[in-house]
Each structure stands twice: as structure tokens, then as C-alpha cells.
Design a protein around this ligand. Structure first.
Ligand SMILES: *Cc1c(COP(=O)(O)O)cnc(C)c1O
Length: 460
């Protein structure tokens, strides 16, 4: 269907064919894509994007979990223009700094929880994760414990796509490609209550999943474990909210065995869950966190690692360079945009809006509109983050057979009806811009209902 339309639209056809000739897409079967042609996105405003056929689409994913303050924010454009003119680049390697890097570090420290007040810059979530891997291992090495270098993460976690991120993450499809992975990384089960708890209550399951960490620590030896790393709420794994007692148990175990706790805040950071960071919403006190996506609302690539006193002081007191960094660490233009983004978030009280107003409204409206749908097994989410399990049988939680890609079918109906939701296996996920209005939430939910109906028809 899409190809018929393309034939009437020479501009889009041109871009599609150039794209097919030269562009290798990330996380894509490029051969299959080239046969149908990529959708060409042309502009964005607020929570909407437009494609080259003029379709207006409600972006229920905020780009890729990142355009938190919405499209078309002049404040961010002006910050970039000004900084480009003033000083488009200078490095921060060789005893130099500049005001955007220094001020952004301060601005980030003003919103991070606890004592996470020292900031290391990177350009992507994956680089931030690689930074955490190297930094926590280095931390233990300078404590005289170079053997304390195993990182523990979870099945179905997403920590990015560099070799470090892929190895630390728990995506089995990714592990098969470009192997071998990094050594000294271990994984435990994910706290996916709806899908994997059997007859256990949420509380029992929370304990069991945390116990898996203790078992793993004891199996490899507490003296060999550097850190546990987890997303407060798993994002790309399908938006999985852990049982309420889970993180407190994890925290206790990390303390008991003197293991650092790292929170990957790349999605949960910057207001997504109704706090500045997901760690606050979930009651986690991490030693180190990564952030990216919402830091600049996706307007320019920038990421950071915020470090608490324990690690920061060790690095600062250790009389040797930390041989790690990126040419564009603290890039002035990206940093200027991130500063403007955080200030805009503060001015508009956006975190409070998510916590007290639009977040609860979104969660309630979704359940009112979708919970009774025959395909919907379970809805879980916090703030402006939601995961919806699609099932063949609500009562038994039976999934569709492997040859029915229910998520893809649903995602395609969404796209064709002016809504972007993402499919993660048989789960549908949404993560709209934080500036979304009540009327736009209503529209999102109504469109989702229609698309779930169409999906049901497609498989009946
Ligand atoms: C997106 C993501 C990353 C990777 O970020 P990139 O900017 O794509 O490298 C890492 N961790 C989490 C939790 C993410 O969602």
C-alpha cells in the first residue's frame, strides 16, 4: 500500500531511493526495508510529526524516548545558534573548559538525587554506559582490588549498542551478532511480574528476583563483583515496572556485599516517571547514573554520567589521569542546548506536571480506554511511560504463536492511523513528549483503541 502512494509522490520516492541505495539503517533489516521504502519524516511540532505525504502523526514515542519537551522549541534552537556562533567546538581534554560544559555540569547536579554531583560527559547513552563500565572497574582497581571487576545486569535489559552496552545489556538477539562479548559480565533474571512470576504475588516475586542477585554474587564471589547495573524501569525491554519492593531489596544486597549500584537513567531520567530521575520514583540510591535521551530532549546528541562522592573522591584523590573520554565530551553546542532544555523544564514545572497531572491522567485514561480490550492482558506504567501486553487469551495470559507477530501488526495499524507506538515483541509501548496535553492523551488513547480493534480483526 505504501508503495502505491509513493508513486504519486516524486519527492518522497527520490529520498526513498537514495536512502535505499546508500543508507544502512540501525536495528533494521535493510534489505526488507529497501523493498518497501522507508517512511520519510519531514517536520515536527509539539507532540506531532509529519511525513512527506502530509500525514500528521501523534508521536507516542517522543522520537525514541527523547523529545521530552516536544518538537519546535525555539529556546533550544536559539541556544544552539548562539553557541555555534560564539564557540562551535573546543575540547575539554587538555586542561581547558568552557562555560557550556561547566554550567551544564552544575545544572545537572542541581537536579540529580543525593550526592551525584560530579559529571562526566559523553555523546550517547551507549558511551555513558561504557564510561560506567570503565569507571567502576577503575574505581575498584585504585582501591587495590583490580579483581573486583564483574558487572551484573539483567536479562532483557537494554544498555545500548556499543560493545560495552551490548555485552552489559540482556538482549539475546544482539548477543548473537558481533560476538564474542566482553568478559566478566553476568546477568540475572528480570523482574517481569506479569510475564514470569507464575503464581507468586508481586511481593514474593520482588524478593525472588532480588534474591537472584544475591545468589549470583555468592556464585562468583562478592570480592569479584564491581557493580550491579539496572534501568529503574526497563524501557526497550518492553516497559517493565518492577514490584514495589524490588529495588529496596537490591539496594540492601549491594550494601551487604559492598557492590556499587549503577542506575541506567537514559530513559527514566529527565521527568519521564514524574521525578527528575527514575531512581527517586523507584526509591533507589545509586552510586552512579547514566543519562542521555531527555537531557537535550534529543535536539543534539549528548549524554552524561553523574557520580556520587564515593567514586568521585576516589578519582579526584588518585594521582593519575583517567584515560577515558570522547572528542566531543561536553560539546559546547550540545551542552548549551541541554542547559536551555533543563532551564525550560524548570520554568514550565514539567516534572511536577508529569507527577501530579498528566502522568496520572495518562495512566488512568489508558486503563479506562484499553483495559477491557480482548487483546490487552496487562497495562503497566508510571508517569508518561507505559507497556501493554497483548495476549491471545486474557484469562490464561496465553500469547499468540510465534508465526503471528501481533506487535508488528499492531504497530503498522498505529502508523497507518496517525499514531506512533512501538512494538517490543508482543508488548506495545508508549513514551510521549512530557508536554502532551489532556486532549492529546485522549487522542492517543482513542487511536490506540481503534488500532487494537483493527489488530484483533487482522488476526481473527
Ligand atoms: C537508549 C538507551 C541506551 C543507549 O543510548 P544511545 O544514545 O542509543 O547510545 C542505553 N540505556 C538505555 C536504558 C537506553 O534506553
Amino acid at each position: 500500500m505504501r508503495n502505491d502512494k509513493n508513486n504519486n509522490s516524486p519527492v518522497m520516492a527520490d529520498i526513498q531511493s537514495i536512502d535505499a541505495d546508500h543508507h544502512l539503517h540501525p536495528f533494521t533489516n535493510t534489505g526488507a526495508l529497501n523493498k518497501k521504502g522507508a517512511r520519510v519524516i519531514t517536520k515536527g511540532q509539539g507532540v506531532y510529526i509529519w511525513d512527506s505525504e502530509g500525514n500528521k502523526i501523534l508521536d507516542g514515542m517522543a522520537g525514541l524516548w527523547c523529545v521530552n519537551m516536544g518538537y519546535g522549541r525555539k529556546e533550544l534552537v536559539e541556544a544552539a545558534t548562539h553557541q555555534m556562533t560564539e564557540l562551535p567546538f573546543y575540547n575539554t581534554f587538555f586542561q581547558t573548559t568552557h562555560s557550556p560544559a561547566a554550567e551544564l555540569a552544575k545544572e545537572i547536579a542541581s537536579v540529580t538525587p543525593g550526592d551525584l554531583n560530579r559529571i562526566f560527559f559523553a555523546n550517547s547513552g551507549s558511551e555513558a554506559i561504557d564510561t560506567i563500565i570503565r569507571m567502576v572497574r577503575h574505581y575498584w582497581a585504585i582501591q587495590g582490588k583490580p579483581y573486583k571487576n564483574i558487572l551484573i545486569s539483567r536479562e532483557n535489559a537494554y544498555h545500548g549498542s556499543t560493545l560495552g552496552g551490548t555485552s552489559l545489556g540482556g538482549m539475546s538477539g544482539m548477543h548473537k551478532q558481533g560476538a564474542p562479548l566482553l568478559p566478566n559480565i553476568e546477568r540475572i533474571r528480570q523482574p517481569y511480574w506479569y510475564g514470569e512470576a507464575g503464581d507468586m504475588t508481586e511481593e514474593e516475586f520482588g524478593i525472588a528476583c532480588a534474591k537472584a542477585l544475591e545468589d549470583k554474587i555468592l556464585a562468583v564471589g562478592p570480592d569479584n563483583v564491581a557493580a550491579f547495573v539496572g534501568e529503574p524501569i526497563q524501557g526497550a525491554g518492553g516497559v517493565i515496572v518492577p514490584p514495589a519492593n524490588y529495588w529496596a531489596e537490591i539496594q540492601k544486597i549491594c550494601t551487604k556485599y559492598d557492590i556499587l549500584l549503577a542506575a541506567d537513567e537514559v530513559i527514566c531520567g529527565f521527568g519521564r516517571t514524574g521525578s527528575w530521575f527514575g531512581s527517586e520514583t523507584l526509591g533507589i540510591k545509586p552510586d552512579i547514573i547514566s543519562m542521555a535521551k531527555g537531557l537535550s530532549s534529543g535536539y543534539l546528541p549528548i549524554a552524561a554520567v553523574a557520580v556520587g562522592n564515593r567514586i568521585a573522591n576516589a578519582l579526584i584523590e588518585h594521582d593519575e589521569d583517567f584515560y577515558h573520554g570522547f572528542t566531543y565530551s561536553g560539546h559546547p553546542v550540545a551542552a548549551a542546548v541541554a542547559i536551555a532544555n533543563i532551564r525550560l523544564m524548570k520554568q514550565e514545572n514539567i516534572v511536577e506536571y508529569v507527577a501530579k497531572d498528566i502522568g496520572p491522567y495518562f495512566q488512568k485514561k489508558l486503563r479506562e480506554t484499553l483495559a477491557d480490550h480482548p487483546l490487552v492482558g496487562h497495562i503497566e506504567g508510571v508517569g508518561l511511560l507505559v507497556g501493554i501486553a497483548l495476549v491471545k487469551d486474557k484469562a490464561t495470559k496465553e500469547l499468540f504463536p510465534d508465526n503471528v507477530d501481533i506487535g508488528m501488526i499492531c504497530r503498522d495499524h498505529c502508523f497507518d492511523n496517525g499514531l506512533i507506538m512501538r512494538a517490543v515483541g508482543s508488548r506495545m509501548v508508549a513514551s510521549p513528549p512530557l508536554i502532551i496535553s489532556h486532549a492529546e492523551v485522549d487522542e492517543l488513547c482513542e487511536k490506540a483503541r481503534l488500532c487494537f480493534d483493527l489488530t484483533l480483526k487482522s488476526v481473527s
